[in-house]
Design a protein around this ligand. Structure first.
Ligand SMILES: *[C@@H]1O[C@H](CO)[C@@H](O)[C@H](O)[C@H]1NC(C)=O
Ligand SMILES: *[C@@H]1O[C@H](CO)[C@@H](O)[C@H](O)[C@H]1NC(C)=O
Ligand SMILES: *[C@@H]1O[C@H](CO)[C@@H](O)[C@H](O)[C@H]1NC(C)=O
Ligand SMILES: *[C@@H]1O[C@H](CO)[C@@H](O)[C@H](O)[C@H]1NC(C)=O
Ligand SMILES: *[C@@H]1O[C@H](CO)[C@@H](O)[C@H](O)[C@H]1NC(C)=O
Ligand SMILES: *[C@@H]1O[C@H](CO)[C@@H](O)[C@H](O)[C@H]1NC(C)=O
Ligand SMILES: *[C@@H]1O[C@H](CO)[C@@H](O)[C@H](O)[C@H]1NC(C)=O
Ligand SMILES: *[C@@H]1O[C@H](CO)[C@@H](O)[C@H](O)[C@H]1NC(C)=O
Length: 472
């Protein structure tokens, strides 16, 4: 009987040993050398990485295939002042032969270049090196990372120089981001052979020259090239993405020419941002077919009338400001949207009486900017229906109402009504705002105590008190 119990406990011990994984010695060495490269870890991100303990139990380490480390997650805490690491990334991580994912994000104070020692790791599928921040040029032989790499994110580092052409050798790439670096040069033509690519984020770099015709055989869902120096026309080959593309963002470039009419046939398009370019001509009639678009930003171009009648049911955010539009009124597809939260129609030739504008749903509104139009009437009925408005702007119109009767919702931060015909006194409730411009109206009376400068109030009939002249 005794021996049977002994046998049983031996058996359980054996089982325990087989299921609990102890880290492979190479992996432990590689990780401890990585830790030695870190000179400063004020919040103890790597505190559990201790020699002689099982590295599979350390914070951020995953082991599969028995004793081998397959994933390393080291994440700073961007919202905590001491949630960062200083030092360098040791090439010793190359000892982790079974690594399939390396996730180093928001470390904030790491120096070094692109880790070329990743090249030999034959199972490497996920590489997330975000806000580490690494610097220097990307190596020309970056294609040696291998065709097994699928997700490659290098956002918010300080990489310079061009995107190496050998990127095309990473044939299995699905998602690739270099957003927020200092990348220069052209978009490499080799991108066109990345047939499995669904996400390409290159926003906020310094890429230039026309966008090449690389999209013909791709199936992208997300394309973001905003915030670069691209010039020339929107390339025709983007038309091949009509059945897949959901996000197209080309804002803040120097693109010129007309908006291509094929964009109206993109059935899945959710977000289209072409703002801050040099696009001309009318918006294509085909846009009436964009029934599922939620976010449309065409602001800061030189687009002209007529604006097509859209058939979208629920626009969420719309910005058509600073073009050559003469819309006359706020379009019905805007007024009828049940989910709209942001409307910006600055300088759009709108001539309505605001008292009578009755949007179907005003509840979700956060931002309304109707500045530089010929709008008359009062915003009070509208503002009385918005519970969460953050910003209301209608500067440079013919708005006329008694400001003393306006109740300002608690969420409101920004109120801009300069250059109108607003009368009455300034209510003390404006003191809770972060920015205010009531200059050049017909306001009168003693100002309440606020933090705003005189420029918020100048050019009125008879306002007085600090920061203007004392009342008589
Ligand atoms: C960042 O690292 C450098 C060099 O390693 C060091 O001099 C500096 O103090 C670090 N910054 C912070 C905020 O710790
Ligand atoms: C790579 O992953 C496969 C399973 O997908 C595994 O069988 C193989 O051992 C791994 N290679 C290495 C070097 O660990
Ligand atoms: C592309 O994806 C398909 C489907 O997932 C896969 O069969 C194919 O091997 C991938 N191509 C490359 C080059 O990895
Ligand atoms: C695209 O890039 C712009 C510019 O940085 C950014 O504001 C926007 O959120 C990005 N879009 C997506 C879907 O990430
Ligand atoms: C847009 O075009 C105008 C003239 O057509 C030019 O002066 C301006 O520099 C261009 N802007 C950009 C951002 O390319
Ligand atoms: C909208 O799409 C339909 C079906 O694809 C097409 O017949 C129609 O011409 C399109 N309308 C416009 C204005 O392009
Ligand atoms: C705007 O409409 C209101 C309500 O119908 C009306 O009282 C007011 O006179 C109108 N204002 C102008 C400038 O037409
Ligand atoms: C705001 O709406 C409430 C009820 O919805 C109403 O009682 C009130 O008079 C309105 N205020 C103004 C200034 O229109």
């Amino acid at each position: 009987m005794k021996s049977f119990i002994l046998f049983l406990s031996l058996l359980t011990l054996q089982c325990l040993r087989a299921t609990s994984r102890t880290c492979h010695v190479d992996d432990e060495t590689g990780l401890l050398e990585f830790k030695r490269g870190i000179t400063h870890d004020p919040s103890g991100i790597l505190a559990s990485w201790k020699p002689g303990t099982d590295c599979c139990t350390w914070a951020g380490i995953t082991c599969l295939y028995n004793d081998r480390v397959t994933a390393v997650w080291v994440q700073g805490q961007p919202d905590k002042p001491d949630g960062f690491l200083s030092g360098t990334i040791s090439p010793s991580l190359a000892k982790l032969r079974s690594l399939d994912g390396l996730y180093l994000t928001d470390l904030r104070n790491i120096t070094g270049q692109f880790p070329v020692w990743l090249y030999g790791l034959s199972n490497l599928t996920y590489v997330y090196l975000q806000n580490v921040p690494l610097s220097g040029r990307l190596p020309t032989d970056i294609g040696k990372l291998g065709a097994q790499l699928r997700y490659f994110f290098l956002q918010r580092n300080r990489f310079t120089g061009p995107i190496p052409g050998s990127i095309s050798e990473i044939a299995g790439l699905r998602e690739f981001s270099l957003a927020g670096n200092f990348i220069t040069g052209k978009l490499p033509i080799g991108i066109r052979s990345l047939k499995n690519l669904t996400l390409l984020w290159l926003q906020d770099n310094q890429l230039s020259k026309p966008i090449p015709e690389v999209f013909s055989s791709l199936k992208l869902r997300y394309l973001n090239l905003s915030g670069n120096k691209f010039s020339g026309k929107i390339p025709n080959s983007i038309s091949s993405l009509s059945s897949t593309l959901a996000y197209l963002e080309l804002a803040h470039n120097s693109l010129s020419g007309q908006i291509p009419s094929f964009l109206g046939n993109f059935q899945k398009l959710d977000t289209l941002d072409l703002s801050h370019n040099n696009l001309t001509g009318p918006v294509p009639k085909t846009f009436s077919n964009l029934t599922k678009i939620f976010n449309l930003d065409l602001s800061h171009n030189s687009l002209s009338d007529p604006f097509p009648a859209m058939n979208v049911r629920g626009i969420e955010s719309l910005d058509l400001s600073y073009n050559n539009f003469h819309l006359g009124k706020i379009p019905n597809w805007v007024t009828l949207s049940p989910i709209i939260y942001s409307l910006k129609l600055v300088k759009c030739g709108i001539k309505i009486n605001l008292t009578n504008w009755k949007p179907k749903e005003a509840y979700f509104y956060d931002f309304i900017d109707l500045s530089e139009n010929q709008i008359s009437g009062s915003p009070i009925p509208l503002l009385n229906r918005t519970d969460y408005l953050i910003s209301f702007r209608a500067a440079g119109n013919r708005v006329s109402f008694d400001l003393g009767k306006l109740s300002i919702v608690g969420t409101m931060k920004d109120l801009e009504l300069s250059r109108n015909s607003i009368f009455g006194g300034v209510p003390s409730s404006v003191s809770g705002l972060q920015s205010l411009d009531l200059s050049r109206n017909r306001l009168c009376g003693r100002l309440p105590a606020t933090k705003f400068p005189a420029s918020s109030f100048v050019g009125n009939n008879c306002l007085c008190g600090s920061p203007l002249l004392p009342c008589k």
